[in-house]
Ligand binder design. Structure first.
Ligand SMILES: [Zn+2]
Length: 54
């Protein structure tokens, strides 16, 4: 069974979690921290979103 991990994408400006991403194990990018520019509803603009681990 393939294990999938849900990753929170958190706004680096307001710390709000705006997106959830599924990551499947076994991919080369698992170790890499994601850093994406996404639209934040709270900031009302595009901000850098970082992977947040609980
Ligand atoms: Zn924000």
């Amino acid at each position: 069974m393939a294990k999938k991990k849900h990753v929170k994408m958190q706004c680096s400006a307001c710390k709000k979690v705006n997106y959830y991403m599924k990551k499947s194990k076994g991919k080369a990018q698992v170790e890499k921290k994601l850093d994406l520019s996404k639209f934040c509803n709270l900031c009302r603009k595009h901000t850098a979103h970082k992977e947040s681990k609980k």
